[in-house]
Ligand binder design. Structure first.
Ligand SMILES: [Zn+2]
Length: 119
């Protein structure tokens, strides 16, 4: 970011109240992270923090979860639904199957038939 861009940014936020600034930051995050930046990947560690899109607290479950591609930055499911509903349908299906496998209701052959989901 150069000085001119920084100056423009400062002008944009000048005089905003705390609430307006929080909304502005939220909008900036939403425009930075798009549907193609999201990916399903296994969550096998206790990661929680804030959603990089909306800034709300996240509490991802163990098993398949939604992240910013190539990171362990967990994205909340509300943002996932808004940004990439098709990916969220895959995530929900995969999470249900993983749970079934855990409970002994399906086998590895069934899981192997799943399409590649990317990550
Ligand atoms: Zn979010």
């Amino acid at each position: 970011m150069n000085d001119r861009e920084l100056e423009k940014l400062i002008k944009e936020v000048e005089g905003m109240t705390g609430t307006e600034l929080a909304d502005w930051i939220k909008r900036q995050r939403e425009t930075m992270i798009t549907a193609k930046d999201l990916a399903i990947r296994p969550c096998n560690v206790a990661v929680n923090g804030t959603c990089p899109v909306c800034g709300e607290r996240t509490d991802p479950a163990c098993g398949p979860e939604l992240f910013v591609r190539g990171t362990f930055d967990a994205v909340c499911h509300e943002c996932g639904e808004r940004l990439n509903p098709a990916l969220m349908r895959n995530l929900n299906r995969l999470a249900a199957l993983a749970n079934d496998y855990y409970l002994g209701k399906c086998d590895l052959a069934t899981l192997a038939q799943l399409p590649q989901l990317g990550g």
